[in-house]
Design a protein around this ligand. Structure first.
Ligand code: AR6
Length: 176
């Protein structure tokens, strides 16, 4: 599992992978945070294509080209605005799951995720990280015949620390 999943500190817009995931909003017409950074780096054509998609429901995912990005594709997914309700978990899980399904459907074999919902949408980082890691591991185990390299891109050392700690914890739980 270690060579399939990687945790790094980076700006997701600079990555040389087939596909990066955008933590977007329901309009898919851009915003702040990682969404704003992706639109700036991809250039205005990304917004033109996004306008044709008729938005995106929370937990769902839609794909566009990457334009000026090194990545060929952007998968836009919409995380939940954190409320503390049980449905948040379900929605955040769906973001990772549906992004991976869509990537596979498009024959993509490398994908980079930001920490969806943990910025403007207020999801507590530790909880969101547990959901991100467990969902991706479940997906890999469900699709063992499909080769997918998954990179978790943390935007700060603090986030990376939480991801690494959660990953170690997770490995220990799996072993017992
Ligand atoms: N590379 C990687 N991660 C980043 C980058 C980057 N360039 N920039 C920020 N992050 P957020 P959300 C991290 O707020 O919580 C937008 O306005 C950031 O540090 O981007 O899902 C949308 O349009 C945090 O850990 O997304 C929506 O309205 C993580 O990305 C709303 O924000 C997510 O933070 C979505 O909120």
């Amino acid at each position: 599992m270690e060579n399939i999943i990687k945790i790094i500190t980076a700006d997701i817009t600079q990555l040389d992978v087939e596909c990066i995931v955008n933590a977007a909003n329901n309009s898919l017409l851009g915003g702040g945070g990682v969404d704003g950074a992706i639109h700036r780096a991809a250039g205005p054509e990304l917004l033109v294509e996004c306008r044709t998609l008729n938005g995106c429901k929370t937990g769902e995912a839609k794909i566009t080209k990457g334009y000026n990005l090194k990545a060929n594709y952007v998968i836009h997914t919409v995380g939940p605005v954190y409320t503390g309700a049980e449905n948040d978990v379900k929605m955040l899980r769906l973001c990772y799951w549906n992004s991976l399904e869509l990537a596979m459907k498009n024959s993509i074999h490398s994908i980079a995720f930001p920490a969806i919902s943990t910025g403007a949408y207020g999801y507590p980082l530790k909880e969101a990280t547990e959901i991100a890691l467990s969902t991706v591991v479940d997906w890999i185990e469900t699709n063992l015949d499909y080769k997918m390299k998954i990179i978790f891109v943390c935007f700060s050392d603090e986030t990376t620390k939480v991801y690494n700690e959660t990953w170690i914890l997770f490995q220990n739980i799996k072993k017992t």
